[in-house]
Design a protein around this ligand. Sequence first.
Ligand code: SAM
Ligand code: ZN
Length: 189
Amino acid sequence: MSSSNRSGPWHEVRRSSLHGNGVFARRFIPKGTYILEYEGRHLTAEEADAQEPTDPNDPFHTFFFAISNGMIIDGGQNGNESRFINHCCEPNCEGHENEYGDRVFIVALRDIAEGEELLYDYALTIDDTLTKTLRQQYACLCGVPSCRGTMLALPKPSKKQKKKAKLKKWIKKTIRKELRKALQSSQDN
Ligand SMILES: C[S@@+](CC[C@H](N)C(=O)[O-])C[C@H]1O[C@@H](n2cnc3c(N)ncnc32)[C@H](O)[C@@H]1O
Ligand SMILES: [Zn+2]
């Protein structure tokens, strides 16, 4: 680390292998650090819906950050470098709101090494029904093992869905076990 990196901003913007520009740790960032604020024009949901796409060649590109007071921060208008932070399904950062729920700060979820890309889970919410097409339009390329394939927030599974998934897992496991047993006994004979 050069001495100039020991002070000044925690972050810097450069090209990302994930998408376009990204934001990277300029120096070691300890867990819990408030790195920078997510700045931009505050829009109502109706104003946000009326916005033209930021990039006509990539109509699903977004600089929006929804906050709990119902407003949307548009990093594309009066925004700062936080608008270049990419999404990841296993993020090293997250947005923390202030006590009034009208400002958001990007905070380190763990220690972040110098040079690491800063990433948070966008968990984008859309009013429309969550179709396969919509998930693909907001496809995630983060590539982590637990990637959910989309930057959209997925609804939590219901109790019934969880039970069904558990049963499916048990059936698969039992079939595999029985097959192994059958194979073993055919080899023994
Ligand atoms: C807030 S911008 C992030 C900065 C962006 N890389 C840029 O250069 O403008 C959000 C957009 O970046 C892209 N993006 C960010 N993370 C992504 C990911 N994990 N997979 C695919 N696209 C991503 C999507 O187009 C998304 O709408
Ligand atoms: Zn992902």
